[in-house]
Design a protein around this ligand. Structure first.
Ligand SMILES: O=C(O)CCC(=O)C(=O)O
Length: 266
């Protein structure tokens, strides 16, 4: 039985996660911490860009025409406009700045995650940064995370995600969107449009778009969601950034997705 501590999962949140596949804690991270983390993610972005640009510094490849570079520390995904040098996603992100590594142990993340994983000993599965820069940040098609992870993990049902908003998340800057209840059917079929990543996008016939919920909130908001939840987002058409960190936890003692090492949570 997990001890009830400050920030622990509430009964209502447990119920929401079970029924809807997600719940939200709005504006819970103090502004000063969000500011410190925002500075850290910009430093991490510069480090990732520098590593990707080094001659021989990374393996470059294209999937469906979009550029990825695997550096020694992380995968850097670039925005989709041809020739863009704007970073879209960096994974894993916690290795690029000490403040982002320390964040993984923050009670505001760990306490509710202990409730969702169902045990006190946790480890990190993966952590990524989604940058969604003003006007050029592209959207994410409807997908589940579990199909990406199922071949590397035997406990894919126990990989809850939490998204930490570094900027206000609104409809016009491409906030996170989720299909309520879509997690209940486990791993759903992908599309078969012949593209390289098409199989990772969820077949639209397999979920109910009328159950779509936009998760808006101020900086410092936390959005918890199931690895089976169908989710996505629209492009950022606004003049404001929509940066967010997504951390995924798992039972303690297990290795991470992209690094063959264990990062237990303190
Ligand atoms: O950042 C978003 O809006 C969506 C992120 C997402 O779908 C993902 O990282 O799997």
């Amino acid at each position: 039985m997990l001890e009830q501590q400050p920030h622990s999962l509430t009964a209502a949140e447990r119920e929401a996660y079970r029924n809807d596949g997600f719940f939200v804690r709005r504006g819970v991270f103090p502004a000063a911490e969000v500011a410190r983390l925002s500075t850290a993610v910009e430093a991490a972005n510069r480090a990732a860009l520098a590593a990707a640009a080094e001659p021989g510094g990374g393996a470059t490849y294209h999937l469906d025409g979009n550029r990825f570079v695997d550096t020694a520390a992380c995968t850097v995904q670039f925005e989709h406009q041809p020739g863009s040098d704007t970073v879209r996603v960096i994974e894993p992100i916690h290795v690029l700045h000490p403040a982002l590594d320390t964040l993984l142990d923050h009670p505001l993340l760990v306490r509710p995650m202990q409730g969702l994983v169902g045990q006190s000993r946790l480890a990190l599965w993966t952590a990524k940064l989604n940058l969604k820069r003003p006007r050029e940040g592209s959207g994410f098609g409807w997908h589940q995370d579990s199909p990406y992870w199922m071949h590397n993990c035997r406990h894919v049902d126990r990989l809850p995600n939490v998204m930490l908003a570094l900027d206000e998340q609104s409809a016009d800057n491409g906030c996170f969107e989720v299909i309520r209840g879509s997690h209940k059917q486990g791993i759903l079929p992908g599309t078969s449009d012949g593209s390289q990543l098409g199989g990772f996008f969820t077949d639209p016939a397999c979920f109910d778009l009328s159950q779509r919920v936009r998760l808006t909130g101020p900086p410092g908001s936390l959005f918890f969601f199931s690895p089976h939840s169908v989710h996505g987002s629209r492009p950022n058409r606004s003049s404001r950034p929509r940066r967010a960190l997504i951390m995924t936890y798992q039972p303690g003692g297990q290795p991470m997705l992209k690094i063959p090492a264990v990062r237990n949570i303190n």
